[in-house]
Design a protein around this ligand. Structure first.
Ligand code: GLN
Length: 250
């Protein structure tokens, strides 16, 4: 029988800036088009996470106010479950505010520090200038075709990678992790963090499949049936064409 991708959306009502929930719609559609099952659960404030019940966890972006609520809840109710799930091979995708909270901490421009859950070796501190605009990334993620990722960033956080995390890629256009070292996002085991909104997955179907494949591989599903991605890749190509380096940025 075809396997079912079991997805858990973390704080869907709080961490959903710029329609980040569109990423879930893509995961669902790409499973259904292939005749795979798809199950969606949610874990919000007060809920614990069952480390054995999901193949893929997803967390979108959010503003500082929502991040403060979420940061406290994550350390109280989800830290252990998410660490165990990742250690068992679950995949985690986190965007922007969600990405920041998977690291060691997020510090606001006012100097208030929200603890992260330390699932990835990154730390984030807000700067004065916001990084806003199109982003093009050359990714080093295995076997991704095309090798670019496109999206839209809007953040004041500067994220710095520690030795345990590697970059999702290097920015060709845009600021990425911190506007300084040329990196964007992070990969650590099955955890992928990124600043790319867009939503991310509709214009990057190859990344969606990377995540689905990895999440299902531990259940014996090695290959995914190919899909016709001509519309998605035309949208991807449009951003490659539109994205222009911004003044003062790399
Ligand atoms: N508060 C974070 C920042 O601005 C996250 C914003 C977001 O998720 N878009 O850096």
């Amino acid at each position: 029988m075809a396997p079912t991708l079991r997805v858990c959306s973390l704080y869907p009502e709080l961490m959903n800036i710029y329609a980040d929930r569109g990423n879930i719609a893509v995961l669902r559609a790409r499973c259904q088009w292939r005749g795979l099952g798809f199950e969606l659960a949610a874990a919000s404030l007060g809920d614990a996470v069952d480390p054995t019940a999901h193949d893929l966890f997803y967390m979108g972006g959010g503003q500082d106010r929502d991040q403060a609520l979420v940061a406290r809840d994550m350390s109280e109710n989800k830290r252990d479950g998410l660490h165990e799930a990742a250690a068992r091979g679950a995949v985690v995708l986190a965007v922007c505010g969600g990405y920041q909270l998977l690291g060691h901490y997020y510090q606001t421009a006012e100097g208030e520090r929200f603890p992260g859950i330390g699932l990835i070796d990154v730390r984030t501190e807000a700067g004065k200038k916001r990084f806003i605009g199109d982003v093009v990334v050359d990714t080093t993620l295995e076997d991704l075709k095309p090798t670019t990722l496109v999206g839209f960033e809007n953040h004041s956080g500067r994220t710095f990678l520690g030795a345990g995390a590697r970059a999702l890629g290097r920015v060709r256009v845009g600021s990425g992790n911190n506007g300084g070292d040329g990196t964007e996002g992070c990969v650590q085991g099955g955890v992928v963090g990124t600043y790319l909104h867009g939503s991310l997955l509709p214009k990057n179907p190859h990344l969606a499949d990377y995540l689905i494949r990895r999440a299902l591989s531990r259940r014996g599903m090695a290959e995914l049936a190919p899909l016709d991605d001509s519309i998605e890749l035309a949208a991807h190509a449009k951003i490659l064409e539109r994205a222009q380096p911004r003044a003062g940025e790399r």
